[in-house]
Design a protein around this ligand. Structure first.
Ligand code: G6P
Ligand code: MG
Length: 214
């Protein structure tokens, strides 16, 4: 029986993936780089500087470390403007019920987002107290698909990786869960999240009983 669940945030619990996309698109176009939804798919779950590097790889010019930092800060300021009005109304369908079901089943509940804005977003959504442990992205050296963030959550929750399952919307996130040795619930398109053990369209289709004994 599983003893812990570790959720991703962006694109699973709330649709901040849309805001990240808009903020990256404005930055990319300002640098003369074409950016669309398909390109954005590769950035889901990737940390801020890693995402910037992927976008700038298509730029005709090169950038110094200081220029990159300035661009990342600019994107984050725009992103923070976009998320400023978030409220519990921005919780995706089924998210709160999934958290309630996990709590009722006695699971330990963690959050593993590489977003440095995760604490702010959780507070705006009003669900901070639903988690036993939230990883501070600033303490993670290797972003997804490295397993570090899911393993850090499992350690803090005091549960062995094989007794955890992770919930993710990103290809890199599912890869992170699998290389941590956990069962992976993908949220999204099964054609995209091929490495997941099971894929559901959204948390409205979250069926805890199916994952507990997996
Ligand atoms: C999540 C999102 C990514 C985002 C990353 C860093 O993983 O899926 O799109 O780039 O967090 O977010 P941050 O808020 O730290 O820029
Ligand atoms: Mg995500």
């Amino acid at each position: 029986m599983k003893k812990a669940v570790i959720f991703d945030l962006d694109g699973v619990i709330t649709d901040t993936a849309r805001y990240h996309y808009l903020a990256w698109k404005r930055l990319a176009e300002g640098e003369g780089v074409h950016f669309d939804e398909a390109a954005n798919e590769h950035l889901k779950g990737i940390d801020r500087m890693g995402s910037l590097d992927l976008i700038l790889a298509s730029s005709p010019r090169s950038y110094t470390a200081d220029e990159k930092l300035a661009l990342a800060t600019q994107k984050n300021e725009h992103y923070k403007e976009l998320i400023a009005t978030m409220s519990p109304a921005d919780l995706l369908p089924g998210a709160v019920q999934a958290l309630i079901d996990c709590r009722a089943a006695g699971l330990r509940i963690g959050l593993a987002s590489v977003s440095r804005n995760a604490f702010t977003v959780l507070a705006s959504l009003g669900i901070t107290d639903k988690f036993d442990y939230v990883v501070d992205a600033a303490t993670i050296a290797q972003g997804k698909p490295d397993p570090e963030i899911f393993l850090a959550a499992a350690t803090a929750l005091g549960v062995a990786p094989e007794d955890c399952f992770g919930v993710e919307d990103a290809v890199a996130g599912v890869a992170s869960i699998k290389s941590a040795g956990m069962y992976a619930v993908g949220v999204g398109d099964p054609q995209v999240l091929r490495q997941a053990d099971v894929v559901i369209p959204s948390l409205a289709q979250f069926r805890l009983a199916d994952y507990l004994a997996a």
